[in-house]
Design a protein around this ligand. Structure first.
Ligand SMILES: [Zn+2]
Ligand SMILES: [Zn+2]
Length: 147
């Protein structure tokens, strides 16, 4: 039993650098709960919220968005969906990233993940997929394929 949703605890989404930043969005955790129920097995949050410094170290920075500061991010206004608590890199036991990605796309097409804004398979990983609910970046399609 999680303290955020049926299966998730807030602590699973905290920044991995130890800064304490942990502000996952409702849309994100609700989407992952939907996915959890569809998959029927546990989802591991490989990386959820990231403070700006940790995000930089993770190799992903998009400039902008003071909303990060409002949400408690101890860093500056550099932003990615992770720094806003609106994305998570996940894996699901027993599934390759291709299978997991296909499952998410199929669920979105079936209107089961209404908040999903962007999903892609993470480079250099056999199992991890990025799921974002941020809509600050306009994209032609929510399906990024091989990211
Ligand atoms: Zn941090
Ligand atoms: Zn990501």
């Amino acid at each position: 039993m999680g303290d955020l949703t049926k299966n998730f605890n807030a602590s699973e989404f905290g920044c991995k650098c130890g800064c304490g930043y942990c502000s996952p969005s409702f849309k994100l955790v609700s989407s992952l709960q939907e996915l959890r129920e569809e998959a029927g097995v546990a989802i591991t949050i490989v990386s959820g919220c990231r403070c700006t410094q940790h995000n930089k170290n993770s190799g992903s920075t998009i400039l902008g968005l003071a909303v990060n500061l409002k949400k408690g991010n101890p860093g500056d206004i550099s932003a990615s969906a992770h720094t806003r608590g609106e994305a998570a890199d996940i894996r699901v036991g027993g599934l390759s990233k291709g299978k997991l990605y296909d499952l998410i796309v199929a669920m979105h097409k079936a209107k089961k993940l209404p908040w999903l804004k962007y999903v892609y398979k993470i480079k250099n990983s056999a199992t991890n997929v990025h799921v974002g609910v941020d809509d600050f970046k306009k994209r032609a399609t929510p399906y990024g394929g091989d990211g």
